[in-house]
Structure formats: structure tokens, C-alpha cells
Design a protein around this ligand. Structure first.
Ligand code: DOR
Length: 426
């Protein structure tokens, strides 16, 4: 049935559109976009008065844990968490068990995505076999099976020589490379940011240099090989500076940060809440300010959730023993909208980081509202206020430091190929 979205404020960063327009979707595609489209009896109609109508949001950095750790998240539950958070497309990282380093794993993920997921799921393949940083994975086979990018996320490819080969091989398949930047020796056994708070708590720290060294290395390699790199989850002011300088020189580098890096500092770790244990770690106020500035001036192209579900087995333990990671699919949009209410970003800038920019980096024909384009839309109520409640999460995991927090702004509808997938029918 055709879907007509009426009376909404259409915000499309790709075309710079910010206007009151109606949107008609039919056969999975956007048919028309104009003022006052008249509803007919055969149409399903959404009254979007007072709401924002944006291209379906894309989260280019999610961990879905299937195959192998379905007790933390499955493709089905992760996709529902995504839809509830306003996402219509997600890219899932390869650190599953087994690792997505060959076409049979990619095929399995694609199959589960087709049969189990209510959003578009795009697998990311591993750079190296088993994420070991040694032998290169099967890029061509995985690309044929459906991967959209390559990454050893969770780990850095330790050897610069191997990383160089990864970039050269990725270039022959035109596959984007997403870099997890952390010098493993320098960061070894670190639990949190190295600074005053870690000293006070007596915890081993991770120096910002552990990230910055590898950011600089990946940029140098990208420049030499002539293939772009995308820097994942930027957490330090130094990384923002290095990326800004590289971009100014015309190097093909893009970058993302996650909402926790512009919302929380290492002070949050003093609670010993293991949900605050993430990799890279929460940093200082000065880093947080630099991340916000990097988002504002375009140094940071993308906001990605880095949704990293873990169960109580990995999190309800001593801080030292807890796994790194926090969930984020269901809080990213609200936390980003608070940057808008604080005047850090305009609405257009905020949505650019979830739509046209990730689509461009991953070469997806998504992230815009145009006639003939895919009918993926997110409708947002920027005024909706709520308290993040553990019982209302759709993710299987609840490792979030934002539970109990008062938030403002959330998805009212998520629409994939013209079908309303959120609010859920069941
Ligand atoms: O905190 C993190 N958790 N950072 C990563 O890079 C990996 C992720 C995970 O897979 O749990």
C-alpha cells in the first residue's frame, strides 16, 4: 500500500532541503516529494505535523554478535534496537565468532539479515584472518557475498607492513577501510583514560597517544597507497587535530565519533559502573570539547553508535575483568539531538552525520530523500521527553551508562522501503 507522510518538516542534508513537504512512497521507492499531496483511500497516511522527516538514519558501526554470541544480541534483536533508535540501515562489525573473514560467514549474516532483520544490514568484513593482524582475509569473495567495507574493529592491525598490504588489496576491490586505532603495546592492560582520574582510582590508564600514533600511521599509509581510510570512534583531541590537518592537505580520510565521547568524560568511570568501560576509553573535558568542535567544523564526518552489547556475565564483574563496550543504538539519536539543543550542531549538521556522510563513505545508495530513491525514512519527534528505562530496551543487552537518564528527542517512526517497521506491530 502506498505510504503518504503529510505535514512534516523535510530535512535532507544531501540536497540541503529544509521545507514543509509531503512525501509519497510506493513500491518501496519515493514516488513524489512536494507541497500538499492529496491522500486517496488506497494510501496509508502518517500525519507528521510538528515532526522532522529525515532520510532513514544509518549507523555505520554496530556489533550484532551473531554468529557466536547470540546471548548478547542477535541480528533480529539488534535490528529491532536499531529501528527503535531511528535507524533504517546498520553496518555490522566482523568481530563475531567465527570472525566474518570469509564468504561463508558473510553469506550467513546476509541470510539472517534477509530473514530476521527489520532494517537493512550491511556486513563489514575482516581485514585479516581471525582479526590476528597476519594473513589477509578473502576480500573479493566477501565483497561478492555482500560486505560493504573492511575492518579489524576491536583491534589494530599491529604491523604497519601488513596494514599497507591490507590497504593495497582493499584498493583493488574498491572497499572502504575502517580503522580501529590503538597501539596495543602502549594501551596494554589499560582500563580507562590515563590521567588524573585513573591515578586517583588506582587504575591502569590508556594514554591518548595510543590512539593518536595509529591515527597518524593509518593516514600516512592511506596517503602513500592512495586509498582512503575511515577512522573509527575518535576519542582524543589529538586525533581530531591530526585528522583536521590531513584533511586540509587533501588526504582522503574520514572519521567518526560515538555519542559517549561527546557526552561523558572519564569522571563517569569513578562510579565503577562497568558500562562506562569502553574502548577507546572515555576521555577528559578537553577531549570532549575538541570532539564537539570536530563535529561542528566537519573534521568528524559521522556519528556512529559503536553499539557493543555484553551480558551480565561480562559486565557484572569487577571493573578490571569487565569487557569493553556499551550499547548505543537506542540512545544515539537523543544524545545527538542534545548537541543541537546546546547549539553545538544545527539540525542539518546532525542529520548529515547519520545520512549522506555514512552513505557516501560506504558507497550506499541511501541517505537522501529524492524521487526514485529508496523509501527509507526516519520521522523524529525532537520534543519527546523520556527517561531511558532498562525495561524498554529492545536490545538483548542493557550495558548502558545512560539508563535512568532524562533524554529529549526520539524516533516516532522508522520506515524501510515504504513499510513502517517502528513502532513495532507486535
Ligand atoms: O568498547 C568496545 N567494544 N570497543 C570496540 O572497539 C569493540 C567493542 C566490542 O566488540 O565489544
Amino acid at each position: 500500500m502506498p505510504l503518504l507522510i503529510k505535514n512534516g518538516r523535510v530535512l535532507d542534508p544531501a540536497s540541503g532541503t529544509d521545507a514543509m513537504l509531503d512525501v509519497l512512497i510506493d513500491g518501496g521507492k519515493i514516488l513524489e516529494l512536494r507541497k500538499q499531496i492529496t491522500a486517496t483511500g488506497s494510501m496509508q497516511v502518517i500525519d507528521a505535523a510538528g515532526l522532522i522527516v529525515a532520510p532513514g538514519l544509518i549507523d555505520m558501526h554496530t556489533h550484532l554478535r551473531e554468529p557466536g554470541q547470540e546471548y548478547k544480541e542477535t541480528i533480529h534483536t539488534g535490528a529491532r534496537a536499531a529501528a527503535a533508535g531511528g535507524f533504517t540501515s546498520i553496518a555490522c562489525m566482523p568481530n563475531t565468532s567465527p570472525v566474518n573473514d570469509n564468504a561463508s560467514v558473510t553469506n550467513f549474516i546476509m541470510h539472517q539479515a534477509r530473514t530476521e532483520a527489520c532494517v537493512n544490514v550491511y556486513p563489514v568484513g575482516a581485514l585479516t584472518m581471525g582479526l590476528k593482524g597476519e594473513a589477509l582475509a578473502e576480500y573479493g569473495d566477501m565483497k561478492e557475498a555482500g560486505i560493504v567495507a573492511l575492518s579489524d574493529d576491536g583491534k589494530t592491525v599491529k604491523s604497519a607492513e601488513v596494514m599497507r598490504r591490507c590497504l593495497e588489496y582493499a584498493k583493488t576491490f574498491s572497499l572502504p577501510v575502517i580503522c580501529h586505532c590503538e597501539d596495543a603495546d602502549l594501551a596494554a592492560r589499560g582500563m580507562m583514560h590515563e590521567g588524573i582520574v585513573s591515578t586517583r582510582l588506582g587504575m591502569r590508564g590508556i594514554a591518548p597517544a595510543a590512539e593518536e600514533l595509529i591515527v597518524a600511521r593509518e593516514i600516512a599509509l592511506a596517503e602513500w597507497v592512495g586509498h582512503p581510510v575511515h577512522i573509527a570512534h575518535v576519542s582524543t583531541s589529538g586525533s581530531v587535530r591530526i585528522i583536521r590537518e590531513a584533511k586540509a592537505r587533501g588526504v582522503a580520510v574520514t572519521a567518526e565519533t560515538a555519542p559517549h565521547y561527546f557526552t561523558l568524560t572519564d569522571d563517569a568511570v569513578a562510579s565503577f559502573d562497568t558500562a562506562t568501560k569502553v574502548n577507546p576509553p572515555l576521555r577528559t573535558q578537553q577531549d570532549l570539547d575538541a570532539i564537539r568542535q570536530g563535529l561542528k567544523d566537519g573534521t568528524l564526518d559521522v556519528i556512529a553508535s559503536d553499539h557493543a552489547p555484553h551480558s551480565s556475565l561480562e559486565k557484572d564483574v569487577e571493573f578490571d575483568h569487565a569487557a569493553f563496550g556499551m550499547i548505543g543504538l537506542e540512545t544515539s539519536l537523543s544524545l545527538t539531538l542534545s548537541l543541537v539543543s546546546e547549539g553545538v550542531l544545527t539540525l542539518m549538521q546532525a542529520f548529515e552525520k547519520y545520512t549522506v556522510n555514512p552513505a557516501r563513505i560506504l558507497n550506499l545508495s541511501k541517505g537522501r530523500i529524492q524521487a526514485g530513491g529508496d523509501g527509507d525514512i526516519t520521522i523524529i519527534d525532537t520534543q519527546a521527553e523520556y527517561v531511558m528505562d532498562r525495561g524498554r530496551l529492545f536490545s538483548k543487552s542493557s550495558n548502558s551508562p545512560f539508563i535512568g537518564r532524562h533524554l529529549k528527542g526520539r524516533a516516532a517512526y522508522s520506515i524501510v522501503a515504504g513499510s513502517i517497521i517502528y513502532p513495532f506491530a507486535d
